[in-house]
Write a protein that binds this ligand. Sequence first.
Ligand code: ATP
Ligand code: MG
Ligand code: FE
Length: 341
Amino acid sequence: TIILGLESSCDETAAALVTADGRILAHRLATQEEAHRPYGGVVPEIAARAHVEALSPLIEAALADAEMTLDQVDVIAATAGPGLIGGVMVGLVTAKALAHAAGKPLIAVNHLEGHALSPRLSDRTLQFPYMLLLVSGGHCQILLVRGPGDYARLATTIDDAAGEAFDKTAKLLGLGYPGGPQVEKAATQGDPKAVPLPRPLLGTAEPHFSFAGLKSAVMRAVQSGHHSTPDIAASFQQAVIDCLIDRTRRALGQADGITALVVAGGVAANQAIRRALEKLAADHGLPFVAPPLWLCTDNAAMIAWAGAERFAVGLIDDLTVPARPRWPLDPAAEKARGAGV
Ligand code: ATP
Ligand code: MG
Ligand code: FE
């Protein structure tokens, strides 16, 4: 079984071909970073137009890389949300057209499920259920991953996402967009103890996250003029690590029967964060699984793979399936939204 996956929810356009047993036959990606850089963040209108221009050539290139035609593809999967609705529409409408024209099943993939299942694409031995720290540009959550479409959200952020905090810190430090990799690079030259910064929610009973106060403290540190950029970057990164580790340790203490501690999402590309989580997992006698860096940030292989996992358990969608700007993985969490988290 061969799955074509499409991704267009933020600022990367991507197409990939993956087999049901986890072989990546082709993966193509076009990033829009240059187009958005002058604005210091993603501009939705620019993004949507760029996805329109990039997507068809990427699909053709992926098919050419794998030396196959659309006829040989068995399933079409595309991100259907959450994300910037204009971009999501581009990918989903394209997938619907291809599925309709070629008579193939369509799978509408939750982008977060793409991140959540990506570790099973890179490590085919990873079994359900596992504890997942999902850290990305728009999300910071701890999830119990029980299977495709079967998630329990144990924690989330009450304000900013982890990647958002990296991006805002980069902006405050004048390091440019996208910020995560720049902050990580600057941090290697700095002292993580140089700048006293808060660790919001540390030690609280529920393993939720908060990064807004940290961002404000970074702003004050920048404005004070007393600290170097590398010292602020290193101290910020250490504060984020301390929060992620404390909260994940708390969640691990509340769960049993899990097979591994897993990290996914763009922020999982950060080496210092990976090292800290690896140690936490070892302390709990658990294997630690993190996808290779290119599978952490947005890509279409993870969408094709989520499509493969859903297809395997019969989760196929109708051509009328809508694009969704918001789409929590855990339906109970969706209902609890009024409660603030
Ligand atoms: P979401 O998946 O929540 O919809 P997104 O798709 O925009 O958001 P991803 O592509 O998964 O997010 O991740 C991008 C985020 O990861 C950005 O905030 C970026 O700064 C951050 N990031 C990327 N590399 C690193 C790194 N090395 N260290 C820290 N953060 C990083
Ligand atoms: Mg991106
Ligand atoms: Fe993402």
